[in-house]
Write a protein that binds this ligand. Sequence first.
Ligand SMILES: [Zn+2]
Length: 309
Amino acid sequence: MKEISQEINAKFLELGVEIPIEDIEERLDKMINKFKVPKEEARRSVVNYFLKEYNIPRNDFYTGQSESPQKKVSELNVDGKWVNVKAKVVQLWENTHESISQVGLIGDETGTIKFTKWESSELPDLEEGKSYLFKSVVTNEWNGKFQVNLNKSSSVDSIDEDLEVGTSTATFTGAMVDIQSGSGLIKRCPECNRALTKGACMEHGKVDGIYDLRIKAVLDDGLTTQDSIIKREITEEITGLNLESAISLAADALDQGVVLEQMKKILVGKYYTISGSRVERYLLVDSIDERTVLDQVELDELINAAEVV
Ligand SMILES: [Zn+2]
């Protein structure tokens, strides 16, 4: 009976499901010893029971070919897993490597993830804005970030649904400890909206930039830091400086840098709660609250800490 249990356990493991041997043995024992069911019959019945329990198609089990599990984009956070995922092609990026056929972002309502379609996959070209069922794609981790690879074993079917694409949102509370360069009064490319560096866009070269305000801030909660990007409306709200006054401030000083200095004076050292969508290591701030008063929980913690000392 131990042998049969181990066989069943191993077969399920191949399909990515771990069933404790004791559970299998217990059921087998009941069938064989209590109900006097013949061994082979008992084995089939126990297998069927667990197939149902774990929602595995019978066919997968008996052919030994596992259908990759269907996952949401936000669940693609384990390295080296074969999955199926329904997602929309959000962006196609410029592809610089000859062994890659397409690269970009796909997403569903739970978030977005980078994909790489390798030339060797011989899969058809994906279109931006279209939704697909990606089958047997494999997850991969690089520098703490996840992506999916479309390779020879993968398949792609376009689907009629127009999937909604969501972003993962996050909230962080901490002291603003730094405002990075590229903040304050900046200029953007009129073509692609990228921030200019020394008057040039990395895509379009020297252009006549358009003024904007933004802050790239680092918040620290004592345990970790969070990089954030604060767009113009919210920058104006928390600094009290609007775009026009920032431009004239810079014009008076003949130096764009004074705006950044001014903002640092106003903001650094204060506590904020920020929330917004997470894009790579940044939190794109949708709302911000200055924390002038500590709430009761935080007060209690401070008092406790003081008592310990
Ligand atoms: Zn540009």
